[in-house]
Design a protein around this ligand. Sequence first.
Ligand SMILES: Cc1ncc(COP(=O)(O)O)c(C=O)c1O
Length: 332
Amino acid sequence: MATKVRTDPGILDKIGNTPLVKLDSLSAKNVTYFAKLEGHNPFGSVKDRAAYWMIKDAEEKGKIKRGHTIIIEPTSGNTGIALSGIANLLGYQVEIVIPEKASEETKKIIASLGAKIYETSDDLCPKVGAGTDQSIALATSIASSRPDKYFSPNQYSNEANFLGHYRGTGPEIWKQTEGKITHFFTGVGTGGTVTGISAYLKEQNKKIKTIGVQPQQNHLIQGLRNFEESAKPDLFLRRENVVDDWITITNEQAFAAVREVFAKEKMLVSPSSATVYAAMKSYKIDEGVVVGIFADDGRKFKSLYAQQKVFTEAEFDGALKEARHVSKIVYM
Ligand SMILES: Cc1ncc(COP(=O)(O)O)c(C=O)c1O
């Protein structure tokens, strides 16, 4: 992995408009499945959208100043990468509070993008709620000690996170499926993705069903949240009724799906994308057009996949060479 960020601000115009690709392995005569490949965002995940919208919003409201403000945020990975990359391009320093269980690759990328890292012993996704949210508590306490200097976008309640999807990802999916989408699957972290996209889609056609995908309790799926062990973030609570149904996927199902998607689709997917694939596969739909969010790709998970016996390091390298739909990412 290279460690230098390109400094072309034009990169920010490349956020969004990610491809929608057909999943032949799931599609049948009357039902077509698609994956929305958010790994094609310049910093490699769906979180480029939220990070960009939150920074733009804070600038427009005069809450931050280039060359002065330090942006601090608790995150389990992708928001940290996106904020570090985007803020770095725009002239902000960034500090990221991250659970130590996040993948080594993730932490290295954040550091290579110029951010300072604080590690906490939280579970993989910082839990919202009393007692368990060390990352959130630490970020809040650092930010409140110097309010003149620090700004925390607070993705767990920032409406701009919702708007990035309501104005961006939702309309893209509607257009890409020519208004034919019937079912929408996504995992949930802050809830920005699920609420923003679903709210927009349901305004176009109220019959569209949203299926929320959650990992098992005590999971290994970076970016996703299980709501039996973690309280629901404010951003999600504001519109939680957009979710029509929930499905829970185990670590075992998710890691089996990483291998399955590679074998059948020649795509190297992340644990969370595999979780969404496993959910789409096990949820019975006889007819329609189904879209799942693949929030990032598998490239950051070589060490996790070796540890979980999904791919040896050599198998991983081979899979990456063979993989289709590999995007250009700024930090690679
Ligand atoms: C890796 C990853 N990050 C983030 C998200 C979505 O997060 P949020 O609910 O914060 O928009 C997902 C959802 O699929 C994800 O898989």
